[in-house]
Design a protein around this ligand. Structure first.
Ligand code: GTP
Ligand code: MG
Length: 344
């Protein structure tokens, strides 16, 4: 999408005004959001009241509004939705489920189940509210080529019969939960609402997060607006590309921007965001502690919930909540089964 098209999403900006703004150097919404009306009207040669209107709209869109009153904050928090993990013990740990309007970071070593977790949530977000979902779709940024449609199919089939029955009904599919054709159709309909893109390197990943915002806008008024944005893995490309101490600041800055792009989608669309992260596996690296997530503090400050997943016996996994703002730290247990994530 070109910059000019981008600006036309603002109130009061048609193609002629967009051109004037671009020529005057106001080629991002953020640049407009932080401009003053006088400066904008003079610079771009547009009327004062139009300039004010454009700035207001840009501020809304760029989410740079500044202060909110306590009651406005309260109002926004009232809208927070929760996606159930369908594992009661884990939901309880999370205070009900994965929250919208914030980023949940899951971290753990290879094979701990981070990708399984993101697959399961891509199913769960689509469930109707009475079954723990938001009845919405998901955007999945896949950086390690680990997204498996077949796994989604297994997880859909692994839902309780009662849920499957309701889903068949809701999605207008004829048949019973034991009917093979109906199940295939149901699997396909779940895959329809998972929008997957593979990121080939960190720059591409950043670009995809920007595109995800356009996609969320496009789906906004449809039947399945975006309820979840997933990045699996958030850090793998960054970690591979920015090697050595000299590149650390640059890496953190890029990661920070990327996280804020994701957080913005989550806030604007009242969606959840779930990202995965590895632990520091190289004990003699400058990072030290092998139970700490990659990326350190910057990620810590942007992700509001952090879940540390670790392997236990066989299919058992221990999920630990770390540093959550309003919830006590604690642990819960789940199992990774063919049917998906299940209670112990
Ligand atoms: P990395 O991406 O390598 O860091 O690992 P991860 O944390 O994403 O691990 P992932 O979610 O891929 O978990 C892999 C584990 O999930 C496997 O070791 C299996 O134990 C389990 N698993 C994956 N698929 C299935 C399945 O179809 N059936 C069962 N029973 N378990 C599965
Ligand atoms: Mg993985």
């Amino acid at each position: 999408m070109s910059a000019a098209e981008d600006l036309q999403s603002l109130d009061g900006v048609g193609s002629a005004t967009a051109d004037k703004l671009n020529e005057a150097g106001y080629n991002t919404i953020k640049a407009i959001a932080v401009a003053s009306p006088g400066e904008l009207s003079e610079g771009a040669g547009i009327g004062d009241s139009t300039a004010s209107k454009i700035i207001r709209s840009a501020r809304q869109e760029a989410d740079v509004g500044g202060f909110e009153t306590g009651s406005q904050l309260m109002e926004r928090r009232r809208e927070i939705g929760k996606i159930s993990t369908l594992v009661p013990e884990v939901d309880q740990l999370l205070g009900g489920g994965i929250e919208t309007q914030s980023i949940t970071e899951t971290y753990g070593e290879f094979g701990s189940g981070k990708s399984q977790f993101t697959h399961q949530l891509s199913v769960n977000v689509q469930l109707p509210e009475e079954h723990g979902g938001l009845g919405r779709s998901t955007i999945f940024i896949d950086t390690e080529d680990t997204f498996r449609p077949e796994r989604i199919g297994q997880m859909v089939r692994g839902l309780d019969d009662e849920i499957i029955e309701d889903l068949l009904d809701n999605r207008g599919i004829d048949g019973a939960p034991e009917d093979e054709e109906a199940l295939e159709e149901l699997e396909a309909s779940f895959l329809e609402h998972i929008h997957v893109a593979k990121a080939f390197n960190s720059n591409h990943q950043i670009l995809l997060a920007e595109k995800a915002r356009d996609m969320a806008d496009d789906l906004k008024d449809g039947e399945f607006p975006v309820g979840l944005v997933t990045v699996d893995s958030l850090t793998a490309h960054f970690r591979a590309e920015y090697v050595g101490r000299g590149n650390l600041a640059d890496r953190q800055q890029k990661l920070n921007k990327h996280m804020h792009d994701i957080l913005r989608i989550a806030s604007l669309h009242n969606a959840a965001a779930v990202v995965t992260n590895q632990v520091q596996s190289n004990p003699d690296s400058m990072f030290g502690d092998p139970t700490k997530p990659v990326g350190g503090n910057i990620l810590g400050h942007t992700s509001t919930f952090r879940l540390y997943i670790r392997k236990s016996k066989n299919d058992k996994r221990v999920v630990k909540l770390v540093d959550a703002p309003n919830l006590p730290d604690g642990e819960s247990v789940l199992r990774i089964k063919e049917e998906g994530l299940k209670p112990e």
